[in-house]
Write a protein that binds this ligand. Structure first.
Ligand code: ACO
Ligand code: PYR
Length: 528
């Protein structure tokens, strides 16, 4: 298995994505994670661009990485000045990074339009910028920007630009699909042609505008490319860069190519989520390999088959990338979904047990009324417990009232909730204000119950979603509320449905609290 070197540009091209920005501290933390995952090169930023990127290269020097090399990014020199006078090239050297990567123009159209210099002069820019860096940096990479578009427009000139980089001694020449519109068959044919004249090791840097960045990277490796650039989760300019979270398992599990270790690949899902977290974005649950839904089975036929053999509906073992098989419960479920879910919750069910059919009937009828359990596994577990008679009622709500009062036209409304609960024969009556009626009700319910169950203080509400169910009744429509709650140990989802948004929210809130109380009691119970 020959080695494919992985070059991550999440901290540079990833931050060129709309909505993505990292503090220097975030970049350092991500660099550590990439290093632990075995990524060979980490492009930290463009030090000639902004002080934050200069600070990154200064700070990362103080950190101990186990194996990754840090690369600093920039462009070929500006026209009319020598490389040693070019501020951008000087900052690359001053960054003291392990490698420098510069991009240069390969497409004649770009030389004419963006640089506005003669074609010959661009070849000089490439040659002497790389020659200068080779004298001053341990390793030098050349990103041939727009290479594939350039080759399609003027193959002779595009190859001449690579020859200039080769003559200057670049350690690797990276063919870039900068506009991201090339197709895999074009990439394969062009890489084949390049290999006839260029002997320097080749790399690929693909963008995803035609949704082919991963495919284009993979086909390039198939054609002999040994260095792959990409980003975690495919973050990047416009539609993003090639997604390393998909490329790595494809290389290792499908092409038997060496890049990171098996143990490191098991951290891929964690790495993906870590980067989402620091980017302050919700993970894409449908992301191949590492997303929550990547190995989630919903159709009854699928669930039944994967239980007999997972490969019937899984293209690889999810554990290889740190993911897990999940079974979803919905009105497309059969008995197999219910049994699989019961096993997940350590509940013993038999496919012939009438309770299994009862749960199935309940789910189908509830889904008909608008309930959905895919994001509400805690509500589903409580439903099973109720059917089995193992549900414990920790409290009952005697009643509640929610008031929204707008005192003047210009004032924000004030929301207040009062609630009466009964716990073990004791009645508690509390009131609370909130940012809106649901928050007021949530506050009042917790305030009443925390006295009896202090651990409820740990529960946080992470997400609250309201969906109007499509019955065409306008403001009288039914509403589904999905809540995600969490404590220090984990997160759980609950659901409520009603034509009254407060009632739907109340159902989901009560389930969230009941689930927490059940969970804590089960954790505390001695193991049999
Ligand atoms: C394909 C890629 O993703 S490349 C990376 C793109 N990333 C970024 O642009 C993010 C960081 N960029 C920046 O902070 C700024 O653009 C800077 C600091 C690098 C440059 O800023 P400015 O000097 O104001 O230039 P500006 O942003 O307008 O870019 C255009 C200039 O770059 C020059 N340029 C573009 N590509 C190259 C190149 N490969 N080699 C040399 N010069 C280049 C253009 O000729 C133009 O120069 P001119 O203004 O003298 O005519
Ligand atoms: C170098 C680079 O980021 C590109 O060509 O897309």
């Amino acid at each position: 298995m020959s080695l494919v070197k992985l070059y991550d540009t999440t901290l540079r091209d990833g931050t060129q994505a709309e909505d993505i920005s990292f503090l220097v501290e975030d970049k350092i933390r991500i660099a550590h994670k990439l290093d632990e995952c075995g990524i060979h090169y980490i492009e930290g930023g463009w030090p000639g661009s902004n002080p934050k990127d200069v600070a990154f290269f200064k700070d990362i020097k103080k950190e101990k990485l186990s194996q990754a090399k840090i690369a600093a990014f920039g462009s070929t020199r500006r026209a009319k000045i020598t490389p040693d006078k070019d501020q951008n090239l000087r900052t690359l050297v001053e960054s003291k990074a392990d490698a420098a990567t510069i991009f240069g123009k390969t497409w004649d159209f770009h030389v004419h339009e963006a640089l506005r210099i003669p074609l010959e002069e661009n070849l000089e820019l490439i040659f002497d910028s790389l020659e200068f860096l080779k004298k001053n940096m341990p390793e030098v990479f050349y990103d041939a920007e727009h290479f594939f578009d350039g080759y399609k427009s003027n193959p002779e000139y595009a190859i001449k630009t690579l020859q200039a980089a080769q003559q200057a001694g670049a350690d690797c020449i990276i063919l870039c699909d900068t506009n991201g519109g090339s197709m895999p068959y074009e990439i394969a044919a062009i890489v084949d042609e390049v290999k006839k004249t260029i002997k320097t090791p080749l790399g690929i840097h693909a963008h995803n505008d035609g949704e082919c960045a991963v495919a284009n990277s993979i086909i390039s490796v198939q054609q002999g490319i040994v260095h792959v650039q990409g980003t975690i989760n495919g973050f990047g300019e416009r539609c993003g860069n090639a997604n390393l979270c998909s490329i790595i398992p494809a290389l290792k599990a499908k092409m038997q190519r060496d890049c990171i270790s098996d143990a490191q690949m098991k951290t891929l899902r964690d790495l993906s989520r870590y980067v989402y977290e620091l980017a302050n974005l919700a993970p894409n649950k449908h992301q191949p390999y590492v997303g929550n839904s990547a190995f989630a089975h919903k159709g009854g036929v699928h669930v039944s088959a994967i239980q007999r053999h997972p490969e019937t509906y899984e293209h690889m073992r999810p554990e290889l990338v740190g993911n897990t098989t999940r079974v979803l419960v919905s009105d497309l479920s059969g008995r197999a979904n219910i049994l699989a879910k019961a096993t997940e919750f350590n509940i013993n069910l038999d496919s012939k047990d009438p309770v299994t059919l009862e749960i199935l009937e309940d789910i189908k009828s509830m889904e008909n009324r608008g309930y959905q359990f895919e994001g509400a596994e805690a509500s589903f577990e409580l439903l099973m417990k109720r059917a089995l008679g193992t549900h414990r009622k920790f409290f009952s709500v005697i009643g509640f009232r929610v008031i929204d009062e707008k005192r003047t036209e210009d004032d924000q409304p004030i929301s207040e909730a009062t609630i009466k609960v009964k716990v073990g024969g004791k009645v508690e009556h509390t009131a609370s204000e909130g940012h809106g009626p649901v928050n007021a009700l949530d506050n009042a319910l917790r305030k009443a119950l925390e006295k009896f169950y202090p651990k409820l203080k740990d529960v946080k509400l992470h997400d609250y979603k309201v969906r109007v169910l499509p019955a065409g009744q306008g403001t009288a429509s039914s509403i589904r509320v999905l809540i995600e709650s969490g404590d220090k140990e984990g997160r759980w989802g609950t659901v409520g449905v009603s034509s009254n948004v407060i009632e739907a929210s109340y159902q989901a809130l009560v389930d969230a609290i009941e689930f927490k109380l059940h969970k804590d009691e089960e954790t505390a119970a001695p193991k049999k």
